[in-house]
Design a protein around this ligand. Structure first.
Ligand SMILES: [Zn+2]
Length: 173
């Protein structure tokens, strides 16, 4: 099991999944202290708990998960014809080399077959987001899998370039 990042909607069921599957857990070292319960997930701030008090209960039930193996930027897994890890600040994406599938996690979002940049409310800085998407656009991608929005198979490389242009315009506005 590979964690792309430490947001609650991506780590919440981790412990239960490990119990049921016995899966090994892989993550980037920067995310490990959050996944292992040493640090609170980054977006959980006193202000956030004020706004969404129901999150307190979610936090209380959040179980730590031990990370068995670190994935760094450029790490390669000998699975499914080769999987390359691409770390951009705060996020790990996965590139399946043989089918040219980019598992983008939350680095990108989609609506139907339309690719979008990362969710603005989840993005700390648009310049950084632009650089991150530019890294992903260096790959030859046939299919992009976004956690929020699903699978994009239509002109994946072209859509990545368009998203970079859109983010750059937003950054320079
Ligand atoms: Zn998410």
């Amino acid at each position: 099991m590979i964690f792309t990042h430490q947001d609650l909607d991506h780590i919440g069921s981790g412990a239960a999944l490990v119990r049921q599957s016995g899966a090994r857990v892989l993550a980037h070292p920067a995310d490990a202290p959050y996944i292992e319960g040493e640090l609170r997930p980054l977006k959980v701030t006193p202000q956030m708990l004020e706004r969404r008090p129901q999150m307190r209960e979610v936090l209380e039930r959040l179980e730590p998960v031990r990370v068995d193996e670190y994935l760094e930027d450029g790490s390669r897994l000998d699975l499914a014809g080769g999987i390359r890890a691409i770390f951009t600040p705060g996020h790990l994406s996965l590139y399946l080399e043989r089918p040219k599938v980019l598992v983008a996690g939350d680095a990108l979002t989609a609506e139907g077959d339309h690719l979008n940049g990362p969710n603005p409310s989840a993005t700390l800085e648009v310049g950084e987001a632009t650089r991150s998407v530019s890294r992903l656009a260096e790959l030859d991608v046939r299919t992009i899998v976004c956690y929020h929005g699903g699978v994009v198979g239509e002109d994946a490389n072209g859509q990545l370039r368009r998203v970079i242009q859109e983010l750059s315009r937003e950054r320079d506005a």
